[in-house]
Design a protein. Structure first.
Length: 141
């Protein structure tokens, strides 16, 4: 399956009772997500919640995405924050001089694309200067 869009996070309103929140982007395993409860007013996230204690993840068997099940529902003052944060590694082992499984290659290419998207999303949130700006005189204190 290909990566069809740049989606890598979901921000969904809590209501105090709903614990199941869907996400539509591809992940390989539950550990590929960071999950938060975000204060609607201040936008504070705090620490990421702990997998299998504060939430569980069900990955769709067909198609991309899945569901996060919070142990305690986000309140009306909170949002469910679900963010893909995969390790920047390449775990696929493609054999040499033999047949290989196409799925292995497809997943390796998908992973590379997801890493690019993840890094681009972080770059987009960064403070930037023009390409030829002289930053030697900028005080970062």
């Amino acid at each position: 399956m290909s990566i069809h869009d740049n989606e890598n996070k979901a921000l969904l309103d809590g209501n105090g009772t709903q614990t199941l929140f869907e996400f539509s982007f591809k992940i390989f395993k539950p550990e590929d997500l960071k999950v938060y409860k975000i204060n609607k007013e201040t936008r504070e996230t705090g620490e990421a919640l702990e997998l299998n204690r504060d939430y569980t993840v069900e990955i769709n068997k067909v198609g991309e995405g899945g569901t996060v099940n919070y142990a305690v529902a986000p309140t009306v003052d909170e949002q469910a924050g679900i963010y893909r944060d995969i390790a920047i590694i390449q775990p696929a082992d493609i054999p040499v001089d033999t047949e290989y499984v196409e799925k292995t290659l497809e997943d390796a290419l998908d992973r590379a694309c997801m890493i690019d998207q993840q890094l681009q999303e972080q770059i987009d949130r960064s403070v930037k200067t023009p390409a030829f700006a002289d930053i030697s005189s900028v005080n970062f204190d």
